[in-house]
Design a protein around this ligand. Structure first.
Ligand SMILES: NC(=O)c1ccc[n+]([C@@H]2O[C@H](COP(=O)([O-])OP(=O)(O)OC[C@H]3O[C@@H](n4cnc5c(N)ncnc54)[C@H](O)[C@@H]3O)[C@@H](O)[C@H]2O)c1
Ligand SMILES: [Fe+2]
Length: 411
């Protein structure tokens, strides 16, 4: 009987099943081995990394990054430091945006061939998730990445991971997630396990100074999406709420400045912190349909993750309707766009408008181009499969809702 209810997909019983699943998971999460990365923060903090690695008696490391980072020479000082400390390293820089299983396998081979003992993930979410994927394969060599998809399947020690984020968006330096794409099936999914939370994170704002405006804006909107989706969800703790609120404030205060004046170090530092805090928040409190839809667009059309989120976020928040008014109204109060006398609905609308205005100010389009009608059934199915029953969203949506949302976001 239960199975039939599940199959129905949009019945009240199915929604009840989702809520029960989410509540049980929230309860079970209290018993997980949560940890936070040890933070090395501030201007030039990257220079402290080689000595830290040396003190850990690590002699061989694999650095996972991408071609954009190597071309910019962002790692040069760190590499010199590793040389000075007598630490051997090998660099894998073929990671693509929306990193693939092939990237992980190639990096894994380098790790093994060179007898590496730990990982430095240097870059945005793509290199960080690729490095986490290598950790997954080392912990569970008998399993493929696709077999590790989903919740808590790794459950074995991974090598020490030093995360050096160079975008301020994904928060991957704080999260249990590795988001991986299968280049053959166009599927994009997460491997989630607390063992994947990096052991150290270097938050050096100088690394983000050269981030071009369009990457600053879209990655920043990814961070905002994490904070907002976590905050309006039903699996918050006091800590995830506080982190999400702080992240939302920091983003509204600093993202436009970081976008329009990239060399403002204070704005860069605050965005880096916001991204990290949003990561701490959503890794425990989850995301929602914005991410589920964005992952399908990344998998099918390589739409950059932050860009997809930025466009989808206001549409989904509006679509949630009254179920999200209260937390969105709180966020409107937080960023100071509401009046005390406004109703919850009006405040929520003002918060959504503030997101639209921020997007517009940073030249982010309001629709996604290139979505093909023929791909929609499978994308809808995958987005629903990702979100239900896992994400503790304000309102559980069904196939028809998702169809409407894809129509709203597509050009
Ligand atoms: N693991 C998680 O918790 C999590 C959370 C959200 C998103 N993600 C994933 O992260 C990926 C996206 O990561 P991203 O948005 O950080 O982008 P990215 O890592 O794909 O990088 C985008 C581009 O920015 C360039 N770049 C990075 N840093 C730069 C710098 N300082 N200066 C100049 N150029 C720079 C890169 O070379 C690349 O070309 C997606 O696959 C997404 O699904 C993961
Ligand atoms: Fe994200």
């Amino acid at each position: 009987m239960f199975y039939n209810f599940k199959k129905k997909g949009d019945s009240d019983m199915y929604k009840l099943y989702c809520r029960m699943y989410q509540r049980s998971l929230k309860f079970a999460m209290n018993f997980l081995a949560w940890r936070k990365p040890e933070l090395i923060e501030g201007e030039n903090s990257l220079s402290k990394l080689p000595i830290l690695i040396k003190n850990k008696n690590i002699k061989n490391v694999l650095i996972v990054t991408d071609k954009g980072i190597t071309k910019l020479g962002l790692m040069d000082e760190m590499l010199k430091g590793l040389n000075t400390m007598g630490i051997n390293y090998v660099v894998y820089d073929d990671t693509v945006p929306n990193p693939t299983i092939d990237n992980i396998e190639e990096a894994l081979s380098l790790y093994r061939e060179n007898g590496c003992e730990s990982l430095i993930a240097f870059g945005g979410g793509s290199p960080m998730d690729c490095a986490k994927g290598v950790g997954v394969r080392l912990a569970r060599p008998e399993k493929s990445i696709s077999q590790m998809k989903g919740q808590l399947k790794v459950r074995k020690k991974t090598p020490t991971l030093f995360a050096v984020p160079t975008t301020s968006g994904t928060g991957s330096e704080a999260t249990l997630a590795a988001v991986i794409s299968n280049s053959k099936t166009h599927e994009k999914y997460a491997v989630n396990d607390t063992v994947l939370i990096p052991h150290f994170a270097v938050l050096d704002p100088l690394l983000t100074i050269k981030l071009p405006p369009h990457i600053t804006s879209t990655t920043g909107m990814d961070a905002l999406t994490h904070a907002v989706e976590a905050y309006i969800g039903k699996s918050n703790t006091e800590e995830t709420k506080n982190c999400a609120r702080e992240a939302v404030s920091l983003i509204f205060e600093n993202l436009y400045e970081a976008y329009s004046n990239g060399s403002n170090i204070a704005a860069r530092r605050n965005m880096q912190k916001a991204s990290y805090l949003a990561g701490v928040s959503f890794t425990r409190a989850f995301v929602g349909y914005v991410h589920a839809i964005a992952h399908t667009l990344g998998g099918f059309y390589n739409v950059p993750h932050g860009l997809a989120n930025a466009i989808i976020l206001p549409h989904v928040l509006e679509y949630y309707g009254s179920s999200a008014h209260k937390p969105l109204a709180e966020l409107a109060d937080l960023i100071g766009v509401s009046k005390e006398s406004d109703s919850l609905e009006v405040k929520a609308r003002k918060f959504i408008n503030a997101i639209r205005q921020l997007n517009q100010a940073m030249d982010i389009p309001i629709k996604v181009s290139g979505i093909e009608e023929k791909d929609m059934p499978i994308m809808i199915e995958r987005a629903l499969k990702e979100a239900n029953p896992l994400y503790p969203v304000p309102r559980i949506l069904n196939k028809d809702d998702l169809f409407k949302l894809y129509q709203l976001i597509k050009e």
